[in-house]
Design a protein around this ligand. Structure first.
Ligand code: ZN
Length: 293
């Protein structure tokens, strides 16, 4: 029987030798006895946190730049949130994979995430291939998020577009029980897209006014990447995102989207499918008239 193990990089073969709950994994030249298999259910032990919202980014800092305000807002409302970066961002001009991992950790604490993970997909080469789909499927099944956030599928950076396709496909496939990973199947209710460089006409905008300062703190945890007084420690080479103007642009974008809904700061999102609305009268109250443009 071929199964894909949620905690390992590659698919491998496993055999059962008749002892309940004991299995031996065989891959060429290597023997591993699974420790986390539930003897009663046969499922791989899942100590991982069940989430309400799980955001995927191609690189550490993608999610912070685009939708940290919404994740912080959800956390403050009692929801469990998480972020997964598909790569370590090792191709970045400034900093290093190790430094970015430390910054990712600090940003996660600021955002109040219940879980945060960096996967080992190569930076600059994110493919929607089967191996990567299995990695994302395993994470979705482990955390069982109600909603998944992913980058908009059109973007200047190829990794962002590929991440969008990979996450969308994996979110669907995670619900197919014949893709066996020794986990319960789970399909999120909705994949919601956030913009990176390229923008879209949003399906909805979230008011993040109360959480905008905290969002900027999460972004500024990435001291190696963005403008800050210490950035000289991480290299002399200036990049597009290390200039002061970049953070101003992030702030300006939040103000612009906030202006559409009559608040100080907002984050835009896109969904592919029509949104259900059962009571248009109740849904469109006086706040619908708000907006500065
Ligand atoms: Zn990125």
């Amino acid at each position: 029987m071929q199964v894909y193990h949620p905690n390992n990089k590659y698919a491998f073969w496993e055999s059962h030798f008749g002892w309940p709950g004991v299995r031996v994994i065989m891959i060429p030249g290597f023997l591993w006895t699974g420790q986390s298999v539930d003897g009663r259910t046969g499922k791989v032990g899942n100590s991982l946190m069940q989430l309400d919202a799980l955001a995927f980014g191609a690189h550490p800092d993608d999610v912070e730049l685009s939708c940290a305000g919404t994740l912080i807002k959800l956390h403050c409302r009692g929801y469990k949130t998480g972020v997964i970066s598909l790569t370590r961002g090792e191709l970045g001009t400034r900093g290093s994979a190790k430094i970015r991992a430390e910054e990712f950790q600090q940003a996660a604490e600021i955002m109040g995430l219940s879980t945060h993970t960096i996967l080992d997909i190569p930076d600059g080469n994110i493919e929607a291939n089967w191996e990567n789909k299995i990695k994302v499927i395993c994470k979705i099944r482990a955390h069982k998020p109600k909603i998944v956030l992913a980058p908009f599928w059109e973007d200047r950076h190829p990794d962002h577009g590929h991440t969008s396709h990979l996450v969308r496909e994996a979110a669907f496939l995670a619900g197919l029980k014949r893709i066996e990973t020794n986990q319960e199947v789970h399909r999120p209710y909705r994949v919601i897209y956030y913009p990176c460089r390229f923008e879209f006409r949003p399906s909805f905008i979230v008011d993040i006014t109360e959480f905008h300062d905290r969002k900027m703190k999460a972004i500024q945890a990435y001291k190696s990447q963005f403008h800050n007084p210490e950035k000289g420690k991480y290299g002399e080479e200036e990049t597009n995102v290390s200039r002061a103007e970049f953070l101003e642009a992030i702030l300006t974008r939040a103000k612009q989207y906030g202006s559409h809904i009559g608040v100080s700061y907002g984050e835009p999102f896109l969904v592919r499918e029509p949104l259900r609305l059962d009571d248009p009268v109740a849904s469109f109250g006086p706040e619908s008239l708000q907006g500065f443009l």
